[in-house]
Write a protein that binds this ligand. Sequence first.
Ligand SMILES: C[S@@+](CC[C@H](N)C(=O)[O-])C[C@H]1O[C@@H](n2cnc3c(N)ncnc32)[C@H](O)[C@@H]1O
Length: 263
Amino acid sequence: MHSSLLVNEPSYSNEIAQDEALDAIDPLRHFRTAKDDFDVHVKEPYLIPVQPRSVIDEVIQLSFPEKPIDGSQQVTVSLVVDASPGCGGVAWPAGEVLANYIATRGSNYIKGRKILELGSGTGLVGLVAGALGGEVQITDQAPLLGIMRRNVDMNRLQASVAVSELNWGERLSSEISQPDLILAADCVYFEPAFPLLVETLSALATCENTEILFCYKKRRKADKRFFALLKKKFTWREVDDDPNRDGYTREAISLLTLSRRIR
Ligand SMILES: C[S@@+](CC[C@H](N)C(=O)[O-])C[C@H]1O[C@@H](n2cnc3c(N)ncnc32)[C@H](O)[C@@H]1O
């Protein structure tokens, strides 16, 4: 992704104002529409099946990497999915892309690292990191903690995956320990939360060496505001060593690595 595409452009201002007004009425409306202004160019069928939004207490199994290469280890996670606690209760395509990427890098990349996932939802990405040998904290808002705990238990990952409440923009609790790898998937969708997410990323990435993998699905032009805020504290580049990149790029999903700006 080129950061030059993300600056505010005056010609978009009316559309952004309209987006904001509609967001105030229905913050999750982007998840309900089949297509939006960013997706109109997507001609390909979805590579990762779109999940029904009315899922209630179902158990699914997902394996990563989806296409193992050179005899690499495949991790299978059982996942309770339930849309009733909120949009995070189902597995989102960007989460599957991020889970697939870390599984493709394998346990050599993950083993022994202190990992924190923001906006974990079901916990999918963090569970894959835990199964690969990471010391993981999965975090989200209070309504999601129950489903996250069920998923940790179901996968018997209690020894490697801890569940904590973490509301973006709030002071970090003493439960949260400093990670060396931060994971976040599909966390850019509600404009009032943009500054809060940047604040939390800044509070967690205390040094330039903190690695951040940020998987993002473009939904609308107002998302640029998130990147305008992010730019003050971080630089970013596309992850270019993912063999599956062409597939998810067609779905308007980008996998970025963020770096803290040197002060
Ligand atoms: C679209 S879901 C993505 C869930 C998961 N990462 C995935 O890819 O399947 C966005 C997640 O961000 C969480 N979230 C939204 N606002 C938040 C906030 N202010 N603080 C913490 N988590 C938040 C939601 O609860 C939800 O689980």
